[in-house]
Design a binder for this molecule. Structure first.
Ligand SMILES: [Zn+2]
Length: 262
């Protein structure tokens, strides 16, 4: 059985302000292997230059391409004007298959959504509780899959998480990852109202234990096909087929269409 962890950080930031600036994989992999996670989406920690950080992540992914899937980190303000350039390299040379944007850097921009649309990439965007604008992005860019980590708030902002559940039910191209969500009934409600194909398992490794995060999904007690949708089925569909890096220099991936929800 394939179990994909959709959310794990790797690398070292150029500032050292807290554990979020250092992502080491040794402990993560030991824990993930022990719990049966077979593939992991990797992206950088916060960094002063994501061109450099993404290249470092790509080297890790290239070491185990059957185990890791790379996402490119994009800074919505600092990379403004060069998002297309950054993503072109990320896709065609580094083999990345999605984008990661964090409001801690800056709020998501139409420039990023446009580039994601052109390359057919899902966008994992952490809005840090500011979830209302997701509705605008989802409507303006219907072919882009927006994955909202932590149901919208790592900090347990209950009101924001409830809004995200509502967005999951209404907007076919909005998804949420389960990492760090502590109030279990929110996950139960999200599955009941939005359907299992709108939730995506993620751990926020290496800082959160992937086995603990996986246990939350198992504890939902879903039928096997619904559980498998959360544990990787939906994500792999959103990623579309992989292209081999460098072989497609100059070419762009065809735009994938976000899977309709229910
Ligand atoms: Zn994270």
């Amino acid at each position: 059985m394939t179990i994909v962890d959709a959310h794990c950080h790797v690398g070292r930031g150029d500032a050292l302000t807290g554990p979020w600036d250092v992502g080491r994989l040794d402990g993560y992999l030991r824990r993930a292997d022990a719990t049966g996670i077979t593939r992991t989406v990797l992206f950088s920690v916060f960094h002063g230059d994501y061109l450099i950080a993404n290249r470092a992540v790509a080297r890790v992914v290239a070491g185990r391409p059957d185990r890791f899937i790379g996402f490119a980190f994009v800074h919505a303000a600092r990379d403004a004007g060069r998002v297309a350039e950054l993503v072109h390299e990320s896709v065609n040379q580094l083999g990345f298959r999605g984008l990661k944007v964090h409001r801690h850097d800056a709020a998501l921009t139409p420039e990023i959504a446009q580039v994601a649309d052109r390359y057919g990439l899902p966008v994992l965007y952490d809005p840090m509780g500011q979830v209302a604008t997701l509705e605008l992005f989802a409507a303006e860019f219907p072919r882009v899959a927006f994955i909202v980590p932590h149901l919208g708030s790592f900090a347990d902002d209950w009101a924001a998480q409830r809004v995200v559940i509502d967005l999951l039910t209404r907007l076919p191209n909005v998804y949420a990852d389960t990492s760090g969500v502590r109030r279990f009934d929110l996950l139960v409600e999200a599955v009941q109202r939005a359907g299992p194909d709108k939730l995506i398992f993620g751990s926020d490794g290496p800082w959160l234990h992937p086995g603990l995060e996986l246990a939350k999904i198992k504890a939902l007690g879903l039928p096997p096909q619904d559980e498998q949708a959360i544990l990787g089925g939906t994500l792999l569909t959103l990623l579309g087929p992989a292209i081999s890096p460098r072989s497609a220099a100059g070419a762009e991936r065809p735009a994938a269409t976000a899977r309709p929800g229910r």
